[in-house]
Ligand binder design. Sequence first.
Ligand SMILES: [Zn+2]
Length: 313
Amino acid sequence: MSGLRLLQSLQQIHSSLVLRRITAGLQVCFLTSAAALCQGCIHRPEAVTRSDRTEPTASSTSASLGSQTPTESADVGHAADRKFRIALDIGHTPHAPGAIGADGTKEYDFNQRIVDLLARELNKESNLQIIVINKDGHEISLERRSMLANAANADAFLAIHHDSANDRYLEAVKVDGKVYHQTKRFHGYSVFFSKKNPKFEDSQRFALALAKAMHQAGFTPTLHHAEPIPGENRELVDRELGVYRFDDLVVLKRSNMPSALLECGVIVNPDEERELEQTDRQMKIVQAVKTAILEFAQSAETSHSTPATAPSR
Ligand SMILES: [Zn+2]
């Protein structure tokens, strides 16, 4: 395993260098009380570097998977009657909660709530098996999240997040005597996939299915991640649906199965944050995501059952 150790060392050196650069570039942020804003979502440093928090943890609704570690074989095969396994990754942790909402609510709490509701809904489907990554909120590296999904032999990976905005747009506002940062410029969902994922075509298809379901549920995408400014400038693959390509998102490129990341909405927007705190809105998101997962599972099943001689789709 010396190759793996070498890779890890190189990653640590790279991560250290990246973090030093990031720290240098975020002095304003750290000098204000907005330090927590520096560790949030898709345009935030931690999503494309690695965390060194590595306490192992895996949670699953299936007892047979609950005790597995990434070094153990999940060995579940691909039997014809095998359930479609969807890994749901709760973005961030209680101690490193990601973005901070306009009223101080932590992104992790939003992510955890959606994954909890989604897992309950998906568990009603007999053809699905749900694997919740880091259900108990332990500190965990980004690589470890993917390793757990890989070890569980998941068929698809979905990371759930809630969005912030570029620092240049955030304004300090006092809420109940505390200063938080917010903007009303942006609202809406966005979906990401990575071309570095080994199944990137299926990842893109999964991302499009998610975005289409969100769009059909009446939500609008945010396009602010495509703005040509530092920290954004992401390739907008589908403007109408809000699908972006972001190759170096760790959890998307390190997971072996089709993978996507959903930003459910912009929590630094006080209006959208209030909506996202409502159960109705949460359930509407959950139903849309469920629709997309079922559609993707169905298409995967169809392609597996297609005879080898049939034309590829
Ligand atoms: Zn996030």
